[in-house]
Structure formats: C-alpha cells, structure tokens
Design a protein. Structure first.
Length: 359
C-alpha cells in the first residue's frame, strides 16, 4: 500500500464526530442570538467576538473578567440525567462575581468538554446557559465544544465559563469605603448553589440514598431535583441596590462559605459580626449537618448556609437598599454589622450558631 492510499483511519474512527459538532453549533445559534444586547449581536461562527463598549453606553470603562465552573455538582446531573438547570449554575458562578465589584456583565463564553458529544444533551445545557445570560443582560458570544475520547468516561462532561464586565472608572466597589457601624444585609440562597458538592455526594453515599428517591429534606422532590436547584442570579438585584446608593461592598458566598468570602471585601481592621438567628437555615443544610454530624464552623466554611450574597450598607441606607433588593425579587435579612476586628479573628464572626444550627 502506498502512502497516498492511507490506512482508512479517520477522526471519526478515533472517536471525534465533527458533524455532531457542526450540528450543535447550528442548534445553539438561535439560543445565542436571543442574548444579543447593546454592543454585541451575539452571533456565533467567527473566530472571535467583538464588543463595542461605546455602543453599550460606557464612556471611560474599566474591564473586569472572571472564570468559574460548576464543580462536582455535575456528577449528580450526569447520574440523574437532569441537565436543564446546570447552565444557570455556570453563568451565576461567574456573573455574580462580576457584580460584586459593581460591574455590569457584558458577554459570556462557555467551555463544554466531553468524551462523546451527544448533541441534544449539549443543546439542553447550552440552552440553560443562554437563558441565564439573557436574564442578566449578558451576551453569549461563543465558546468551545471539546470532544475528547479517552479523557472523559462515557456520559461525563465538564463545564467552565468566562465572563467579562465593565464599570465606569472610579465606580468599582473595592471595599475601601466599608466602615465600622455599616449594616450587613443577606440575600437568601436558593439552596446549595454550586459549592461543597464533594461533601454532599459523600453524605449521600454514606447515607445509602438513591438520587431518584424523595429528598429527605424536601419529599415533594427527588433527591437529585432538590440538590440540583440552580444558583441564584443576583446581578439585577445588586445593580438595583447600587443605583439606590449606600452600598459599600458585596460578597458572593461561594467556596469558603460565610467565613472566608466576606473578609475578601473588608479592610483588614474590620470584621463582619453576623447573627445566625437573623435568617432561617434552609432544610438542606440542616439535613446535611444532622446526617453527617458536620461541625458548625465546617458548615460555615463549606456552604452558604442560606445566604448567597451579602451587601455591606451604610446604616442610614438600609431601608432604601432593602427596598431595591426586594423589588428585584430577593428575600433580604439584616444579618449583622461591621465591627472592629478582634485580635485573632479572620474577618467573620458568626454568633448564636450553637442555638440555631445543628452540631
């Protein structure tokens, strides 16, 4: 056989289906197009996407960027074959981080990697991404679909997201204006969001539970459905709060929980003193703590414990900021105040955990 005749091998025989990839692009083009906004038409197909900041209304903008993933929450989605909401998790984990610094999310790209591309499953996932982008006014401008046989087991996939936002020069939130006496407002989470799922899956395994069975903490739903409740999108509410005035900082409560995230937006001389009695601990967290005997500090460092976003607000602006947040659909609680940092404290104090949280 001559070199010109070849061996009959092909990319498809190696496990990569280019036709499936092209079919997926065709299927998601209208989904992306629906996220078009001022500054970008959200069309797919080019090698890169353009964004016109002037057309978006910015005069002297500073760009901000963020990236994140969904983590091992994906393992539950894969096991249960429930993929419709996982895209919202991906978008929320990125854009909620942008708005913490006062930025308006502008555009989003996703990275979807799998061993064998299943077009309809991928379309469902990306439809969730597009819907979340549309809700927060963020254009879905592109991404990457990687089919990598041998890298991922059958049915497995991974997701990552990349978001870019902008804020006018001098208007970014950096926490420097946070002062002693400021009030801490907490916006309720929708559940676990997208953090701590390696521990959650371990608890499920140790308890010998089936994801198809009723959730012990929400028997009207399957365990998978309850655990897959998507991460809340706080962008519109936070932007409404910013317009009302008096917001000195936001903190997105993700990996590291209440203990590690709030200090990221505080001066080194101050701490957030929270009162665990000030908001309800959702049933999923109570179930986890009781089932696995998770210590209270571990709960506060691993999970959001019912508060997905906090706002640090001037004391005289609490009413107006609360009105803006509730008007945007959030359930808000006054959960604490800013105090001088005690010696040996890392920036967050949670009072009354012992009386209201299992331990």
């Amino acid at each position: 056989m001559s070199a010109k005749q070849g061996t009959g091998e092909s990319y498809a025989k190696a496990g990569v289906d280019i036709d499936a990839g092209e079919a997926l692009v065709d299927a998601i083009k209208p989904l992306a197009k629906a996220t078009a906004r001022a500054g970008c038409d959200a069309g797919l197909g080019g090698f890169a996407a353009l964004f016109d900041l002037k057309a978006a209304g910015f005069r002297d903008p500073i760009l901000l960027s963020t990236t994140d993933g969904v983590g091992t929450k994906l393992k539950i989605a894969i096991t249960a074959n429930r993929h419709a909401t996982i895209g919202q998790d991906l978008v929320a984990m990125c854009v909620n981080d942008l708005v913490v610094q006062g930025a308006e999310p502008l555009f989003f790209l996703d990275y979807f990697a799998t061993g064998k591309l299943e077009v309809e499953k991928a379309r469902i996932i990306i439809a969730g991404i597009a819907a979340a982008c549309k809700e927060v006014g963020c254009a879905l401008v592109g991404g990457e679909t990687a089919e990598m046989p041998g890298m991922y087991s059958s049915g497995d996939y991974d997701l990552a997201g990349f978001a870019v936002g902008a804020v006018e020069r001098g208007q970014a939130l950096d926490g420097k204006s946070v002062a002693e006496g400021d009030v801490v407002l907490g916006m309720e989470s929708s559940g676990l969001h997208s953090n701590g799922f390696s521990l959650v899956r371990r608890v499920v395994e140790l308890a010998k539970l089936d994801y198809a069975a009723p959730a012990p903490f929400a028997p009207e739903k399957s365990l998978a459905e309850a655990l897959l409740t998507p991460t809340r999108l706080y962008v519109n509410a936070c932007r409404a709060a910013l317009k009302s005035g008096g917001v000195h900082a936001f903190a997105h409560i993700t990996g590291g929980g209440l203990l590690d995230n709030i200090p990221r937006v505080l001066p080194d001389t101050l701490s957030a003193e929270l009162d665990a009695k000030a908001w309800p601990l959702p049933p999923v967290f109570r179930w986890l703590a009781e089932t696995a005997k998770i210590a209270r500090p571990e709960m506060a460092r691993t999970f959001n414990c019912g508060i997905g976003m906090i706002a640090v607000v001037a004391a005289d602006k609490v009413s107006s900021v609360t009105t803006a947040l509730t008007g945007a659909g959030e359930r808000v609680h006054v959960i604490g105040r800013i105090v001088k940092r005690p010696a040996g404290n890392d920036g967050t104090i949670v009072l009354n955990m012992e009386s209201v949280w299992p331990g």
